[in-house]
Ligand binder design. Structure first.
Ligand SMILES: NC(=O)c1ccc[n+]([C@@H]2O[C@H](COP(=O)([O-])OP(=O)(O)OC[C@H]3O[C@@H](n4cnc5c(N)ncnc54)[C@H](O)[C@@H]3O)[C@@H](O)[C@H]2O)c1
Length: 307
């Protein structure tokens, strides 16, 4: 657990030598957006969590609350920190409130056109010094950045799921990202208690490229009848010391997101190793997306937290 309690950190704006951002706007209140909002709030940032409608934004806030409470139960921080963090998060519908943000983290679905449209809209709202970060797990940051007038302010800041528990953040400069934007994004991630690795802007970066292939290969083995999903999950956990089996992980990530990622890898490399297993596509078509839809490879009770 790397969650850093607000009291462990200086006020992000109190030291004039620090250029760290204070007000964070998170666009997209799904699995990742809610976790990113919780993590930023715990570290003392003021956060606006945004989605396309009130139901989704409120659900995101509820998932942030559950993630914070679970982290407190695990001993990451005390109950007062949960209350303080929640008091720092407000919700919004639409991007207008990004106007006063020092940093925007986009966590909308993994579709290039959708992200480009969102960044185009953000470009018209935010001030000249706002850093625009994308939490994309596979799309070229350079392509997302091409939607704004100043691509030098756009950077990939890739968090991992569940955000409060995972130590890593990948920082991905696009071709035109300014070095000071990369430095500020790195400083921001470190202020959240994360360890940063920097990757070149190629499809899937360092982590997703490997992870997607592993999950896809497991789905292919199941599709071919090599073993049951339980046996495959057990084999990965006990044979490789992975904390979760591939099907548990696919359900956590979301099968729609996984298929979108494999499509990005295929588009980027045209290598057959990124050919999506038909089982994954048919499960997505059936709405079996994993935890977030209540059923994927496994079934989840209605109130299972998304983060
Ligand atoms: N799920 C993971 O494990 C994981 C891990 C790392 C990175 N990511 C990346 O994070 C991003 C979000 O993934 P997720 O799993 O949270 O998806 P999700 O489907 O859980 O959430 C996406 C949210 O974005 C909202 N949204 C859609 N259009 C929007 C718009 N125009 N403006 C604002 N919000 C909008 C949706 O209503 C939804 O609530 C993707 O780029 C994904 O690749 C996901």
């Amino acid at each position: 657990m790397t969650g850093v309690a607000a009291t462990d950190l200086p006020d992000p704006g109190s030291d004039p030598r620090r250029s760290m951002q204070r007000r964070v706007f998170v666009a997209g209140a799904g699995i990742m957006g809610s976790g990113i909002a919780a993590q930023c709030a715990v570290a003392g940032f003021a956060v606006t969590l945004e989605d396309v409608n009130e139901e989704f934004a409120r659900r995101g806030l509820e998932n942030a609350r559950r993630a914070l409470e679970s982290a407190a139960k695990r001993g990451a921080f005390g109950a007062p920190t949960v209350a303080e963090a929640l008091a720092r998060i407000d919700v919004a519908i639409g991007l207008r409130r990004a106007e006063g943000a020092d940093l925007v983290v986009e966590a909308a679905p993994e579709k290039l056109e959708l992200k480009q449209a969102l960044f185009r809209e953000l470009d018209a709202v935010v001030g000249p010094d706002t850093i625009l970060a994308t939490n994309t797990s596979s799309l070229p940051v350079t392509s997302i950045a091409s939607a704004v007038r100043d691509p030098g302010r756009v950077v990939g800041v890739h968090f991992f799921n569940p955000v409060l528990q995972m130590e890593l953040v990948e920082v991905i400069p696009g071709v035109r990202t300014r070095p000071e934007v990369v430095a500020k994004a790195t400083e921001f991630a470190r202020a959240l208690g994360k360890t940063v690795v920097t990757s070149k802007d190629t499809p899937g970066f360092v982590t997703t490229r490997a992870l997607a292939v592993m999950g896809n290969e497991a789905a292919c083995m199941l599709y071919e009848g090599i073993a049951t999903k339980e046996e495959i999950d057990t084999a990965y956990k006990l044979g490789f010391h992975h904390p979760m089996g591939p099907f548990e992980l696919l359900d956590l990530v979301g099968l729609d997101t996984t298929v979108a990622i494999l499509d990005v890898l295929w588009d980027g490399f045209r290598d057959p190793k990124y050919r999506t297993c038909p089982l994954l596509r048919s499960m997505v078509a059936a709405g079996q997306l994993g935890r977030k839809s209540g059923v994927g490879f496994y079934e989840y009770p209605a109130r299972t937290p998304r983060t």
